[in-house]
Design a protein around this ligand. Structure first.
Ligand SMILES: Cc1cc2nc3c(=O)[nH]c(=O)nc-3n(C[C@H](O)[C@H](O)[C@H](O)COP(=O)(O)OP(=O)(O)OC[C@H]3O[C@@H](n4cnc5c(N)ncnc54)[C@H](O)[C@@H]3O)c2cc1C
Length: 419
């Protein structure tokens, strides 16, 4: 038989496509069940979207975010929440804007999406891997060749429309192992080289490792590299055995990996980030605080005074780094106080790399945006083929943004098969 729609991958993008696509439709999923990664999202609670509008979602994807405007116009966060509500999944937004199911169970989201796909008439076949896209014979030497189906280990499946929703390359144990990129490349599509993103950062300095386990709640990080935005990303920073993690570190990791990748191709240099121990406090703010200490608490050791502002272990480390360890506030030379103010306001960290595919939450890179029509997510040079979700060259910040794209793009590609 020829399926009207064949969907490769049963993650959130594939399942959302399955709810809206032309029937008869089939999802093939290489794992034993759909939505394995979805079940792991938000620590099992599933941060499925963010309480913002379409513009707020696009902003979380950087310069490439504009590409998403058609997908989000009809399926912004409010519509996503209304869709899940219609499936019986109530949601609520945390004060930071992250939206979760009220049940706090990713399983509820996953099952509802799978059931909605089945209710729409879509069949799901698990344990079946897409191995190669089938292209119509190249008879006239044209640059456009129609995609007509897919080859699997259990034979060939023919379809009028194929939606590639096989995800990225991160957390391969949860299903997406980069085979979506291989399928796209094999079919002649340009794929931006994939890199791990939303991953913890490794530092050349060893002192963060000595603070492993410590969370600095109101901290901020920024990239300190030529041409990078000077914006501080605020949020909790977690010290790990190999460096730093937490939302600001994760959010910087994709850009850092891209720079490291480019730098290694040339000279091989680290990337510097700055750590502000208290978000919003400049070196001048810290200097003013130290001046006050000199006046009113001059006999007390700086590291003890700083421990009133920051976790004690970090206060001691910053004082050591600034050369003010054990100095009383009144006896510290001006240059040492300057150094301590700089360390508190923006201690440099040399980043040597990030966690790898096994721990990165998303993939930077994927099917190049210029291969796709943003109005339908159809491939310009491969009629019959559509791409949705993380297989596309888009990656967003932590906070429900990546699932928003998966759901909105899956829906748009699905609808386009019936147009
Ligand atoms: C631990 C973790 C936590 C996360 N938490 C959040 C969060 O709270 N909020 C958020 O917005 N984002 C989160 N993300 C990111 C989010 O999960 C992904 O961006 C999203 O799942 C992408 O959806 P997708 O459908 O495109 O791909 P996937 O969810 O990866 O689904 C792709 C599916 O395709 C299947 N597949 C792959 N290759 C083939 C093939 N050749 N043939 C057949 N099937 C194939 C895979 O098995 C998989 O089931 C998290 C990611 C991780 C790893």
């Amino acid at each position: 038989m020829t399926w009207s729609t064949l969907i490769l991958g049963g993650g959130p993008a594939g399942l959302a496509a399955a709810c809206f696509c032309a029937q008869p439709a089939l999802v093939i999923e290489r794992l034993a069940a759909p939505g394995r990664k979805l079940l792991a999202t938000g620590g099992g609670r599933c941060n499925l979207t963010h309480a913002t509008d379409a513009a707020g979602i696009m902003a979380a994807f950087g310069r490439q975010g504009r590409f998403m405007s058609d997908a989000l116009a009809a399926f912004p966060p409010d519509a996503i929440r209304a869709f899940f509500s219609s499936l019986g999944v109530a949601t609520r937004a945390d004060p930071d804007g992250c939206v979760f199911p009220v049940s706090q169970r990713a399983e509820e989201v996953c099952r509802a999406l799978e059931q909605a796909a089945r209710n729409a008439g879509t069949e799901l076949r698990c344990g079946l891997r897409a191995q190669r896209l089938l292209l119509a014979p190249d008879t006239d030497g044209s640059v456009t060749r129609r995609v007509t189906g897919v080859e699997t280990a259990r034979g060939v499946l023919h379809a009028r429309h194929v939606i590639l929703a096989a995800g990225g390359q991160s957390y391969p144990a949860l299903g997406s192992d980069g085979s979506g990129f291989a399928l796209a490349r094999d079919a002649g599509l340009e794929v931006t080289p994939p890199l791990p993103a939303l991953a913890g950062l490794f530092t050349r300095e060893t002192w963060p490792g000595s603070l492993a386990g410590l969370v600095l709640e109101h901290a901020a990080l920024r990239l300190d590299a030529p041409g990078s935005p000077k914006t501080w990303l605020e949020g909790p920073v977690l010290f790990t055995h190999k460096g730093v993690s937490g939302p600001p570190a994760l959010d910087l990791s994709g850009a850092i990996n891209a720079r490291l990748h480019a730098a290694r191709a040339q000279a091989g240099t680290d990337v510097t980030v700055r750590l502000a121990s208290r978000a919003g406090w400049t070196a001048a703010d810290w200097r003013a605080r130290f001046a006050d200490w000199r006046l009113h608490h001059g006999g007390r050791a700086l590291h003890n005074l700083l421990a009133g502002e920051l976790p004690r272990a970090l206060a001691a480390t910053l004082c050591t780094l600034a050369g003010t360890a054990n100095l009383a506030a009144a006896r510290a030379p001006k240059s040492a106080l300057e150094a301590l103010a700089d360390a508190c306001a923006g201690q440099p960290l040399q980043i040597t790399g990030t966690e790898s595919w096994t721990r990165a939450m998303v993939t930077r890179g994927g099917v190049s945006l210029h291969e796709l029509d943003p109005r339908t997510l159809a491939c310009r040079r491969r009629p019959g083929l559509f791409c949705a979700g993380e297989v596309v060259d888009l990656d967003g910040r932590c906070g429900g943004f990546n699932l928003t794209w998966a759901l909105a793009s899956g829906r748009l590609a699905g609808l386009a098969t019936g147009a």
